[in-house]
Design a protein around this ligand. Structure first.
Ligand SMILES: Cc1cc2nc3c(=O)[nH]c(=O)nc-3n(C[C@H](O)[C@H](O)[C@H](O)COP(=O)(O)OP(=O)(O)OC[C@H]3O[C@@H](n4cnc5c(N)ncnc54)[C@H](O)[C@@H]3O)c2cc1C
Length: 458
């Protein structure tokens, strides 16, 4: 497989992506981690830092960063898949606020490790600007700020912008206002995950690539190359989880797709802005996200690709010409300065993991030694770091502020069997896709989408 072709990001790392040696045969460890995306690698990183005597093995089916971690939008944000009001309803206001504050700290923590380990990943802590381009979107921006205050966030955590303030950050067409939060960094996602893999290996962790795990059991994982026995087994397989025996309905893989332009000339950037490399999006229903890359491109992504029957994940699903065309069109609408033929150089996609109740979770079942983290939907770049630190505490039996957070030990219900799952997820995705069109036509909030919002992670 040519791993470079999986994303613009993997094609622009400064290394050859030759797989590390596979598991050579049966072995013993203290902790074995399945999956070398951010979740698996952060877990190994913090465990190895906290206790250098631990024998840690990481097994990866392909190469580190093969999954969403090597393909995403590069928002290292403080977004958590369950919105603050829903967290407050479920766990109480104090726990919800603690969770959000932990996410804020997480952005700074990733920045700290990136600097400490010399991971050159185009890190820029420039915040996020969310644009409002219609009255309805402006209403949503105002509601978001009011909600943040009501739940105890500081005024600086989410600031309401007027038209001039929003355009000063990102001069998209027809901007009426928006919001700004400082809690996000733009990052080259593949450089981050590959740099993290190198950091973990430097700490003495044994990382075996091209070593697919075929079954996870208490005390052992099985691969075609041999068995790893360990007291603790960490499942860090996110959207690929349904392929593991016993996990078909644990998370649903939903695809997100991206395009990237050629480097844009300075005069184009003078018109667009994003001078602080703020990540950007707007208050539409169907999620879109963008960043100005360190080498002056626009990287832009969104949902809209279908869910595939039986929670199947396949390289063929990474490319959906209809969605790529829609992303290109949306970029052109946002930034007419790009011209009628937005110059796209690369288009790709990947699967992210969605739990039935849209709740990310992390945990360790002490009696079996089985640990897990995931269900981040589109917010795993930051959240996986918090997961890794939390798992390191749980595995070592340390009681901390992190292990008291409300997502720890949460068990999401399983997804419905097929064909119900396929029907429900695709119906939800279609409602969200059409909601923006309804709002554009009527100038009023789309009722069905508003009703479905909590279910779809807004
Ligand atoms: C296009 C796209 C854009 C996104 N944009 C953003 C964004 O801007 N910000 C954000 O926060 N999040 C974003 N996300 C989500 C984010 O990328 C993920 O939540 C995050 O990368 C998940 O990390 P992970 O390590 O849990 O999973 P992954 O990175 O998917 O890693 C799982 C790893 O496990 C391996 N694996 C699976 N099964 C096995 C097995 N049986 N044996 C061995 N290895 C196995 C896989 O090969 C893979 O390498 C985006 C996702 C996509 C697809």
């Amino acid at each position: 497989m040519r791993y470079q072709e999986l994303s613009h990001w993997l094609s622009t790392v400064d290394e050859t992506l030759i797989p590390r040696p596979a598991l050579p045969g049966d072995t013993d460890a203290d902790v074995v981690v399945v999956g070398a995306g951010y979740t698996g690698l952060w877990t190994a990183y913090y465990l190895a830092r906290a206790d250098p005597t631990l024998r840690i093995v990481v097994l990866e089916a392909e190469i580190a960063g093969y999954g969403a971690s090597g393909r995403n939008g590069g928002w290292c944000s403080a977004l958590f898949p369950t919105a603050l009001p829903a967290l407050a309803r479920r766990h109480g206001p104090a726990s919800a606020l603690a969770m959000q504050r932990a996410m804020h700290d997480t952005v700074a923590e990733v920045g700290r490790v990136v600097a400490a380990e010399g991971i050159d990943c185009d890190w820029r802590h420039g915040g996020t600007v969310l644009l409002a381009r219609t009255d309805v979107q402006l209403g949503r921006a105002q509601a978001a700020v009011a909600e943040a205050r009501e739940h105890g966030l500081d005024p600086d955590d989410l600031v309401l912008l007027d038209a001039a303030g929003a355009a000063a950050r990102c001069a998209a067409e027809g901007v009426r206002g928006g919001t700004y939060t400082p809690h996000c960094a733009a990052v080259h996602p593949a450089k981050l995950v590959r740099g993290l893999a190198r950091a973990v290996c430097r700490l003495g962790v044994r990382l075996h690539e091209r070593s697919p795990v075929t079954a996870i059991r208490p005390g052992a994982v099985l691969t075609p190359h041999g068995t790893v026995r360990a007291e603790v087994v960490v499942r860090a397989t996110e959207a690929y989880t349904p392929a593991l025996p016993g996990h078909r309905r644990t998370v649903a893989p939903v695809y997100s797709l991206m395009v990237v332009t050629a480097p844009l000339p300075g005069r184009t950037w003078e018109r667009i802005g994003l001078a602080g490399r703020e990540t950007f999006s707007d208050y539409r229903h169907l999620i879109v996200y963008g960043q100005r890359t360190a080498d002056g491109r626009l990287a832009f992504g969104g949902r809209g690709a279908p869910y595939h029957f039986g929670s199947r994940v396949s390289p063929g699903y990474d490319r959906e010409p209809r969605v790529f065309a829609a992303l290109r069109r949306t970029l052109g609408e946002l930034f007419p300065v790009l011209g009628p033929d937005v110059p796209v150089e690369h288009a790709w996609g990947g699967p992210l993991g969605v739990a039935r109740d849209w709740s990310a979770s992390v945990g360790l079942d002490r009696p079996t030694g089985l640990a897990w983290a995931g269900g981040y939907v589109g917010d795993g770049v930051g959240t996986s770091n918090l997961a890794g630190r939390t798992l390191a505490d749980l595995v070592r039996g340390v009681v901390s502020e992190l292990t008291a957070l409300p997502w720890v030990g949460h068990r999401s219900p399983r997804w419905e069997p097929e064909p119900l799952r396929w029907l429900a997820i695709n119906a939800g995705l279609r409602v969200m896709s059409s909601a923006d069109e309804v709002e554009r036509r009527t100038g009023r909030p789309a009722r069905r989408a508003t009703a479905l919002s909590p279910l779809l992670g807004h």
